[in-house]
Design a protein. Structure first.
Length: 142
């Protein structure tokens, strides 16, 4: 989904949360918008290019298929869900993350017809792509 859509929708919800959580509501923004930093991390490590502009163009112009975006897998969601019971900060990050993922699922299913193009499980992705040798080949290291 377009970053501006994620950002604007997140800011609107932060506006609603602010009277209840004050500055803590910014944690929702972390979960709902900044969670996409994993797209940049994948690009930077796999392409060995740390340009934010190039990473943005790459993801905008190209359909990612089976790329590992570590914050978009259910194992990370489960960790965030567990942490949400310990502090409101993690609860708000988790809510933001689930909001972000809902928007991504809607986009993948209804707009891109590409629900199978994303890895939703770290373990499944590792199994599907092999271990060390296949992983290195898939990210372009070998």
């Amino acid at each position: 989904m377009n970053l501006s859509v994620h950002f604007l929708a997140s800011v609107v919800i932060v506006g609603f949360l602010f009277p209840f959580y004050s500055l803590w509501s910014m944690a929702f923004l972390i979960g709902s918008f900044f969670v996409d930093v994993d797209h940049y991390l994948w690009y930077a490590f796999s392409k060995r290019d740390f340009s934010l502009k190039n990473a943005y163009r790459y993801h905008k112009d190209r359909k990612d298929r089976d790329k590992l975006h570590i914050f978009h897998v259910w194992e990370f969601w489960l960790i965030m869900f567990a942490l949400a019971f310990f502090h409101p900060f993690f609860m708000l990050i988790s809510l933001g993350l689930y909001f972000h993922l809902s928007m991504d699922f809607i986009d993948l299913i209804f707009h891109m017809n590409a629900i199978n193009d994303r890895a939703f499980s770290l373990f499944k992705w590792i199994r599907r792509n092999g271990y060390k040798q296949n992983y290195l080949k898939n990210i372009g290291v070998t």
